[in-house]
Every structure is written in structure tokens, then in C-alpha cells.
Design a protein around this ligand. Structure first.
Ligand SMILES: [Zn+2]
Length: 435
């Protein structure tokens, strides 16, 4: 039975485990000693405390604690969907030890106090590491910019109006200018809302069959193209959240080729599913951006393989069962993803899309690079945090409410068999989850 633990000071020795640490260029069998605030590869026997918990690492992989660049923990304001404590349990069960939370809470994370609260609350509930992407505009209303410097001073690692794009060209330019000056990351939910009109799915054969008008896939790429032009003018660091179309990826590739500081992430559901899944009207396939065509999905798969996509992030978006039961048009956008993200990547390994090292990189070194955080996404790099997860690549599981530990169960993968289960997670050298 999976178990969660409060942080304890007992050390753990994992013996004979395959350590995959892409940032430090390590992929070999080792013994790993975890102790509060510390992680040591191949410790001397004298350094292992007598009372250390011992785990046989044969057949297991040890990865740096996974990083999820986009989650919604819903606190404050929507605690019936999730809070920092319940979201942290979902994260630990997925091997995720660092998350970037989005600012579309109630009130929104648009002040220094609201940003500081997230970190303090995570500490109070012994949650995972919570980094904040603060609001780019006051109240995420797209009218007046927030004080980016003050938000950064309170700990924000990025600004975004996620859920909404920053549509106004002049405002977006002004935000990017501030970001460039502060070396602060801008994360964009790219959607031209004059094209998408909030439609619940992508326009295509499936939407036509259902008699839904649908939003054109171009609503995303058009916004990414505008943004890349503004990034070229301002020199800001810019990241595309949940990139989902071929046109968007083309714009990102072109920006990278020019040497712009442009990065992007893709979400497991866009990598594994297409809009055909919406045919039955199941709201567990309703998210924004919506599921796309098979042609778009194939381009994303090529993008994670050839590294033009930097990271995989879940857009973990909990909603209650009642909210998701409102029918395809009325139900809120969004699905959860923390517990299943790495298994989803291992599905792509199984399908031959990427290898196991690339799967690890997409949730460790990749997102750490997006955040420019040398202390995250590695265990062997000097100055690394002591976060680790153990994966049993041979252990298959079927996604069910029993394998989901957050407050909401709105997974797009319910009932799906997945390869590879996270069997233990450590934060700051302490065991916090074990199957
Ligand atoms: Zn979004």
C-alpha cells in the first residue's frame, strides 16, 4: 500500500540502483545515501548510519526529484478542488518534488504577499517545493501590469496570466521589457481568444461530427508567432506553456535558431491523446489547449525526441466530480496529471518515441534549464538539492482512483494501463512516499 510520511531524520541507503542524472552526465549503477539535506553517491560504509532504512535498488532507477513547470494547487480560493497539502501528495506519488504553481487562484497571485504565502504554506504543510509563477497583470485581467520586480523580490520565478494570454500587444511588450531587465521568465498560455472564442474542443472532423463549432488550432500558433516577434525586440526569456500544435512548434524552433531565449513544454495528454477522444463527450478529455489532431500530436512527438520541446509539464488542473459532470460544453477545462506524468513518458519509451534517458531529462534537467536553476533537476551536480525519486520501470499499473492522491480525480488516463511506477520519493534527503 502506498504510504506518505512526515519528514523524518532517518537516513536511507538505496543499494545497486541505476542513477540517471542527465544534468551531471551520470548513468550508472551506484549506492545512494540520503540523509537530511544531503545525498551521496557510493558512500563509504563508515558513513552509513546503523539505523539507516535500506532499500534494494536492483531493477530500479534513481532520478533527481522530478520538476513540473505547470500545476494548479487552487489555494487560495478553490480548496474544494485541491490545496497545497493535497496537491503535494499527488506530486510525491508521481515522483515530483518541485512544482511551479500558476497564479489563477482567488485572489490571484498578483502581490508580493500572495507569492510569499505559497512558499510559507508549502513549508507549513510539509509539501513539495513550490515555486510561483505570479500574475503578469493585476487580477489576471489583462489591463494593468503587476509590479514584476516586487513579485520577483517575493520569490516569483516567472510571470504569467495562465488561463489567459496577454493579448494586448503594447502591454505584452511592456511586460517583456520588465522581464528582460529583471531576468525574469515570462510564461505564456498562448491562445488568440478572438479566434478560439472559448470553444470546448479543437475544430476538426470530430467537432463537426458532434455539431460543435470548435476552436481553430491556429489560435495558439498565431499568438506564439506574435510573442516571438516581441521577444526578438525585447530580449526577454519566454516560455510557451502546454504547447500543442505544429504551427506553435515551428515558431519556437525558428526562435531558437535565431538564438532567442525561447523555451516550451508539452503536456502528457497532448502527447498521448487526440481530439478523437472527445467523440464520446467525456469531460475528462476537455482541457485548454484542447486535444489536437493526430498530425499535431506527431509533430509534438518529434519535438520531444529532437529536443525542440524542452520539458514535459502536466498543467495539473483539479476539478471536482460535480464540476466535471456538467456536460462537455459547460464543464471546466482541465485534467490532473501529477501522478501519471512520468509513466506517460515511459509509455512513449515503450512505443520507441524516446529513450529512457530522454524521458528522465524531460522532467529533470530540461525544466531546470527552463528555470535556469542549477540546484534543481540533478543530484550529482555540486549544490544540488537532495531530492530523489525511485522508479520501478517493470511495474505496470492501471490508473484508478486508488492510484490518485490529490483531492480531485479528473484524469484523462483513468482505466489506462501504464508502464513504470514511482515507488519512493525523497525531498531534502527525507523519505516522503513509498509504495
Ligand atoms: Zn493554460
Amino acid at each position: 500500500m502506498p504510504e506518505f510520511f512526515e519528514p523524518r531524520d532517518r537516513a536511507t541507503l538505496v543499494s545497486g540502483v541505476r542513477v540517471i542524472d542527465i544534468a551531471a552526465d551520470v548513468d550508472r549503477s551506484a549506492d545512494v545515501l540520503l540523509a537530511p539535506g544531503r545525498i551521496t553517491l557510493d558512500p563509504r560504509a563508515a558513513d552509513v548510519p546503523d539505523d539507516a532504512l535500506r532499500i534494494d535498488g536492483a531493477g530500479l532507477w534513481a532520478l533527481p526529484g522530478l520538476i513540473d513547470l505547470q500545476v494548479h494547487f487552487r489555494q487560495p480560493g478553490f480548496e474544494h478542488k485541491e490545496d497545497i497539502a493535497s496537491g503535494s501528495r499527488a506530486a510525491l506519488a508521481g515522483g515530483v518534488t518541485t512544482v511551479v504553481v500558476m497564479p489563477n487562484t482567488k485572489p490571484t497571485l498578483d502581490t508580493a504577499e500572495a507569492v510569499a504565502f505559497q512558499g510559507a504554506e508549502a513549508q507549513r504543510v510539509h509539501g513539495v517545493r513550490v515555486l510561483v509563477a505570479a500574475a503578469a497583470t493585476e487580477g489576471i485581467a489583462g489591463k494593468r501590469l503587476t509590479d514584476h520586480a516586487a513579485l520577483q523580490g517575493a520569490g516569483a520565478v516567472a510571470v504569467t496570466d495562465d488561463g489567459y494570454p496577454l493579448s494586448d500587444d503594447a502591454l505584452m511588450r511592456a511586460s517583456l521589457e520588465q522581464c528582460a531587465k529583471l531576468d525574469l521568465l515570462f510564461m505564456q498560455h498562448a491562445e488568440d481568444m478572438s479566434l478560439s472564442h472559448g470553444e470546448p474542443m479543437t475544430r476538426g472532423a470530430t467537432s463537426e461530427a458532434l455539431g460543435v463549432s470548435g476552436q481553430p488550432a491556429d489560435a495558439e500558433g498565431a499568438m506564439v508567432e506574435r510573442d516571438v516577434a516581441l521577444v526578438g525586440e525585447t530580449g526577454a526569456r519566454y516560455h510557451v506553456l502546454h504547447l500543442s500544435t505544429a504551427r506553435s512548434l515551428r515558431a519556437v524552433r525558428a526562435a531558437k535558431a535565431k538564438g532567442l531565449a525561447v523555451t516550451c513544454e508539452a503536456s502528457p495528454h497532448h502527447l498521448l491523446l487526440t481530439d478523437e477522444a472527445c467523440a464520446g463527450g467525456d469531460t475528462h478529455f476537455k482541457m485548454n489547449p484542447p486535444l489536437r489532431s493526430e498530425a499535431d500530436r506527431q509533430v509534438l512527438l518529434a519535438g520531444i525526441a529532437d529536443r525542440s520541446i524542452d520539458a514535459v509539464a502536466t498543467d495539473h488542473a483539479p476539478h471536482s466530480a460535480e464540476e466535471k459532470a456538467r456536460g462537455f460544453r459547460e464543464a471546466p477545462f482541465g485534467v490532473i496529471g501529477l501522478e501519471t506524468a512520468f509513466a506517460a513518458l515511459l509509455s512513449l519509451v515503450e512505443q520507441g518515441v524516446i529513450d529512457d534517458r530522454r524521458a528522465a531529462e524531460l522532467m529533470t534537467a530540461g525544466p531546470a534549464h527552463v528555470l535556469r536553476r542549477a540546484d534543481l533537476g540533478s543530484i550529482a551536480r555540486p549544490g544540488s538539492v537532495a531530492d530523489l525519486c525511485l522508479v520501478d520501470p517493470a511495474r505496470r499499473f492501471t490508473v484508478s482512483e486508488q492510484t490518485l492522491f490529490g483531492r480531485s480525480k479528473n484524469s484523462a488516463f483513468l482505466g489506462r494501463e501504464m508502464p513504470g511506477r514511482v515507488v519512493a520519493t525523497f525531498v531534502d534527503g527525507r523519505l516522503r512516499y513509498r509504495v
